[in-house]
Design a protein around this ligand. Structure first.
Ligand code: TRP
Length: 331
């Protein structure tokens, strides 16, 4: 067991696709086998864009069920709802006072909004609420509250983790060594996981396979993977094949090697290769898929997991917020 604390937040945006699973969820679940891990559903971070409580609530349950069904180790991992822990709102307010406004102006996500507004001839701050503008401060509060060392995130979130580190540094300079300095760990680039058309798997390309697609849909999607037009007899290149690339993320080393040889030997049609890919993914995911469906039909069980996680998270959060208040307010 490592003595480093891992933390990450997952926005409640529905069931992930295979690219999200391979790039982010699977590595996180592996880390939870060996590290004390805080994983929360970042429902407060959804508020700047989603103004429908039913949507946030349903997506929060779905995100929690995905993590549990996919094998998060609940002995080492504390799974909770971000909004259940009151000290995070407190810490975000307190951190405002050591965070330069200029740092927020430089946030990629805010800059992207300003650029879009400028391109559309709108006021630069059109559609920007303070939830979006101060998003990195709330994220710093998440990261610092639970004394995290390692923060696994996608490349798009790296700057936010660096901001958390900067904010911790400003705070410690003024008030003494209260915060641990976190490190971002960038997950495998999901660009490596191809979608049905061979481009990176992404919602914006409409080429995804949902992690828990029912068997029939999974099969249909896999049969739609675009290939070149080689005949069954011809030798095929595994390294440029979407079928082979997807296979490598689900099969054992021996199985991957065997499949590679089948591509190189010729005599295997793409239909056969797709069937083999389907059988593999389906056998790996059918257990987790059934568990996901069971949990979604048993909300009470998810509530118990989330309230147990909240109690464990609160113990750490209460300690941090007491130290911060003492340092800043003298009581
Ligand atoms: N902002 C992250 C995202 O959009 C989610 C998140 C919220 C997060 N708080 C966090 C990630 C703290 C890591 C650490 O994906």
């Amino acid at each position: 067991m490592s003595d480093k604390v891992v933390l990450t937040g997952i926005k409640p945006t529905g069931i992930p696709h295979l690219g999200n699973y391979v790039g982010a969820l699977k590595p996180l679940i592996e880390m939870s086998q060996t590290h004390r891990t805080f994983v929360f559903i970042a429902d407060l971070h959804a508020l700047n864009t989603i103004h429908n409580p039913d949507e946030i609530s349903a997506n929060t349950y779905a995100a929690a069920a995905v993590l549990v069904a996919a094998g998060l180790n609940l002995k080492n991992a504390v799974l909770f709802r971000q909004s259940d822990i009151t000290p995070v709102y407190e810490l975000a307010t307190l951190l405002m006072n050591v965070t330069p406004k200029g740092l927020m102006n430089r946030a990629h996500s805010y800059k992207a909004m300003m650029d879009k507004n400028t391109a559309n001839g709108l006021d630069i701050d059109a559609g920007v609420n303070m939830g979006l503008y101060t998003y990195p401060i709330l994220m710093a509060a998440d990261i610092l509250l639970y004394k995290s060392d390692i923060v696994p995130v996608g490349a798009d979130q790296k700057q936010h983790v660096e901001f958390a580190r900067d904010i911790a540094g400003y705070f410690n300079n003024l008030y003494g060594n209260v915060f641990r300095l976190p490190e971002p760990v960038i997950g495998r680039d999901t660009g490596l996981i191809p979608g049905l058309d061979g481009r990176k798997m992404s919602k914006s390309y409409d080429n995804t396979i949902s992690l828990f697609a029912p068997e029939g849909e999974l099969k249909k999607k896999i049969m739609r993977i675009i290939t070149d037009s080689k005949t069954p007899e011809e030798v095929k290149d595994p390294d440029t094949s979407t079928i082979f690339q997807l296979y490598t993320h689900f099969a054992s080393a021996a199985e991957i090697d065997e499949f590679r040889q089948m591509f190189l030997a010729g005599g295997m049609g793409y239909g056969t290769a797709k069937n083999r890919l389907f059988d593999k993914i389906n056998s790996v995911l059918s257990g987790p898929r059934a568990e996901y469906e069971r949990l979604m039909a048993n909300r009470g069980e998810l509530d118990d997991i989330l309230s147990d996680g909240a109690a464990r998270a609160r113990a750490v959060a209460d300690d941090t917020i007491a130290r911060v208040k003492r340092a800043m307010l003298g009581h």
